[in-house]
Design a protein around this ligand. Structure first.
Ligand code: 3H9
Length: 696
């Protein structure tokens, strides 16, 4: 009766049920059915006295099969399976390893006991998919671990380690290795007991809880989850454990699960989950492409970017050399790295020994010769073509034969940089986002001659250093900044036409972005955009185009670069960094509008949101048409992980698709009548609408 997804075996008087649905043992229909069939078989077998539930391969069950969401549910449901396990008259231990997540952990909580390998990370990550646990997780976890722990785990979705799970009462024992052998001994030691614990029957940890606990928790997380529904539904479901019976609580959970499951928040987050993984698949690069080993790295430049990039390597144990021109700037750069790590230590998120270990992996040098042994060289010098080309011709002479030669640029032409070496096939763009040790996106830019091996190896490297990579083609600004440029240009046009800077930022923040476009400018430094605009002017990029950055240029001329000078589009408190509206800036926009003959008017929030959203989207469509992005979902990943776009809106392309491509095109056409050059026609979008097609 062994089906493909579930295997079983009998050892002495113990039956072992093993998930074999690779790679992550998702609880698909086949798995659910196999679980019930094998359990029933074991319950009928008089020789079997105890049961182990475990997973084959890299993990115990990592949750419900997400690809089944939105399709008709095939019986048995996960709740049915869990009830069968909970009602077993033979004791069952769940032997956990890998990542028992979501439905996987819910299943484990339906067993009498749980033991785990010390390397296990377990949790209920459903809110990350815009839903709540829907197979009893919100009712069983509080009964096992208490209200506070359950609230924190379920609303954050962040997994905890085995030690934490042991201390919280979620698992009974933790073993360093041999999980099955240890689970065997564990369950045998329980066979003589008359009764075995049943989680749904526990009540101690959910009794006498004041309702303020939930209100306080809700207030605490409100800012972090602004705009989101599922974390609040999770709190409501957990609260039910303190006011309702288990059965009633389960009904409440079902009702809230359905509400979340049918929401845009959930479809957007599920889109994000699969998009992130799709982004790793490059159609013209076969899966078996040779991966170049990366055991050492060199980073040229130890400023804000270079230092942050170097930390990424040290964080995963890859020794890295950072190179600066002078000892003084090297010392300064390393001091900043040290300070960053010290902050993590003082927050209790890193041990002293780990701090020492990471610092020992980072060595400094003032001579470029130090790159000779590195498997990857990341150049992170000033964003200037001449400088980068000179640097690459020097790197070319020194770097070892198979080294990956990466340039950290946010806009420059990779092919021009590559041509300054004798091995353009080894040159690739790696656009890290600032702060490079924190931001998750890595935009990887393939040049005309970049080899498949180098692309595949850099994508792999990105995963190894815990980044989310997206492959882009070599156009000005690649995917992210090319779109952002048009979005900022639109924001400035809106300000010229009458919208207030603070209103534009408010609309964008309320939509869910981390910050509005003007606040971002101030954070990144207005001088950065200024430099790029000067280059674009020289290249004739604005010829015959409406130029909207006049005020931004004027602020730069006044030395108002943003947060670093305490003044930009806003005024910043030197100590607290708190921002305050600068009325002078709105007056500057008024003045510029007058000079340009722009008649100003009241602009409502809806127009602000749509002009900014569709400016991003229209540029995204142009990028797809020209082939600089592989798919619309790659653009969504770029924006969610690199630009603070709300994940739960699914990214700029998914948001427009949900709004309706036909309606979006209509609005773009109406904007175009007033500002033709800001809304270039995109044949690709028009065809999609004409043929009533979607992106994915
Ligand atoms: C849930 O359980 C709801 C219940 O409460 C209620 C139900 C009624 N389903 O990430 P990887 C695929 S909600 C389907 O690259 P890693 C993934 O797409 C669920 N497919 O591996 C990829 O496919 P491909 C709660 C899944 O080692 C492949 O497996 N659970 C699922 O870097 C490898 O994945 C979660 O939210 C799934 N559940 O990371 C856990 N999971 O190769 C979600 C993965 O074709 N999963 N796939 O691109 C994860 O967080 C990570 O996959 C995990 C492994 C940490 C497990």
């Amino acid at each position: 009766m062994n089906n493909q997804a579930i295997k079983y075996e009998i050892k002495e008087n113990i039956g072992i049920i093993k998930g074999a649905n690779h790679p992550v043992n998702a609880l698909s229909y086949e798995v659910r059915k196999g679980l019930i069939d094998s359990l029933q078989l074991f319950l009928k077998d008089d020789n079997i006295e105890g049961i182990i539930l475990c997973g084959e391969g890299r993990t115990f069950f990592a949750g419900a099969d997400i690809s089944e969401f939105g399709k008709p549910m095939q019986s048995p449901s996960l709740n049915d399976v869990i009830f069968e396990f909970e009602n077993s008259n033979k004791p069952i231990v769940a032997a956990l390893h890998g990542t028992p997540l979501g439905g996987g952990l819910e299943l484990a909580m339906g067993c009498n006991y749980r033991v785990a390998l010390s390397s296990t990370n377990l949790g209920l990550p459903e809110v990350k998919l815009g839903i709540i646990p829907g197979a009893g997780g919100t009712q069983r976890l509080p009964r096992l671990a208490g209200i506070e722990k359950a609230l924190s785990m379920i609303t954050s979705g962040t997994p905890i380690n085995a030690k934490d799970a042991l201390n919280s009462g979620i698992v009974e024992e933790v073993f360093p290795d041999n999980i099955i052998e240890n689970a065997m001994n564990f369950i045998k030691s329980k066979l003589s007991l008359d009764n075995h614990p049943i989680v749904s029957k526990l009540s101690e940890k959910v009794s006498n809880i004041q309702s303020e606990v939930f209100d306080n928790f809700s207030n605490k997380i409100q800012k972090k989850y602004r705009g989101r529904k599922s974390p609040l539904c999770a709190i409501e479901a957990v609260k039910a454990t303190t006011t309702l019976t288990f059965t009633e609580g389960l009904e409440k959970e079902r009702e809230l699960f359905k509400l979340c499951h049918d929401s845009k928040e959930s479809s957007s987050l599920i889109h994000m989950f699969f998009s992130e993984r799709k982004a790793l698949k490059i159609p013209d690069i076969p899966k078996d492409t040779k991966i170049l080993p990366i055991n050492s790295a060199a980073v040229i430049g130890c400023g804000t970017m270079g230092g942050g990039i170097a930390m990424n390597f040290a964080n995963v144990g890859i020794p890295v050399i950072v190179i600066e021109d002078t000892q003084e700037s090297l010392n300064n750069g390393i001091k900043i790295i040290e300070k960053n790590y010290s902050n993590t230590v003082s927050k209790g998120k890193m041990s002293d020994s780990e701090f020492k270990n990471r610092m020992s992996l980072i060595k400094g040098a003032t001579s470029l010769e130090s790159i000779v042994g590195a498997d990857v060289v990341v150049e992170a010098v000033f964003e200037e073509m001449k400088l980068k080309k000179e640097m690459f011709s020097r790197i070319d002479k020194l770097a070892k034969e198979n080294a990956i030669l990466a340039t950290n640029t946010s806009t420059l032409d990779i092919d021009q940089i590559a041509e300054s070496t004798s091995r353009p096939e080894h040159v690739i763009g790696t656009h890290f986002f600032s702060p490079a040790n924190v931001m998750q996106l890595l935009e990887i830019v393939r040049g005309k001659k970049t080899s498949k091996e180098v692309i595949a190896s850099t994508m792999k490297l990105a995963k190894n250093i815990k980044k989310t990579p997206v492959l882009a083609g070599n156009c000005d600004g690649f995917i992210g900044n090319r779109m952002f440029h048009e979005y900022v240009r639109q924001a400035h046009a809106l300000a010229e036409e009458g919208a207030k800077v603070s209103d534009i930022d408010r609309v964008i923040y309320d939509f869910g972005w981390a910050m509005g476009p003007f606040a971002v400018n101030d954070l990144a430094g207005n001088d950065v955009g200024w430099r790029i605009r000067k280059r674009h002017k020289q290249e004739g990029k604005y010829d015959n185009l409406r130029y909207t950055s006049t005020v931004a240029d004027q602020l730069c001329e006044l030395g108002r670069y943003g947060q670093k000078t305490n003044r930009g589009f806003y005024i910043y408190d030197q100590q607290t960094r708190k921002k305050q509206i600068d009325p002078e800036v709105d007056i500057m926009f008024e003045k510029v509008a007058k000079e340009k003959g722009i008649s100003r008017r009241q602009i409502d929030d809806n127009e602000i949101l749509h002009r900014l959203s569709w400016a991003l989207f229209n540029t995204g469509c142009m990028i797809l048409e020209e082939g600089y992005a592989l798919r619309a979902s790659d653009i969504d990943v770029t924006y969610a992980y690199g630009y603070g776009y709300p994940h739960w809106r699914g990214g700029p392309m998914k948001y427009a698709e949900d709004y309706g491509l036909e309606k979006v095109l209509e609005e773009i056409e109406s904007f175009r009548t007033k500002n033709p050059d800001m809304w270039p026609k995109c044949n690709y979008l028009e065809e999609l609408v004409k043929e009533n097609k979607k992106f994915n």
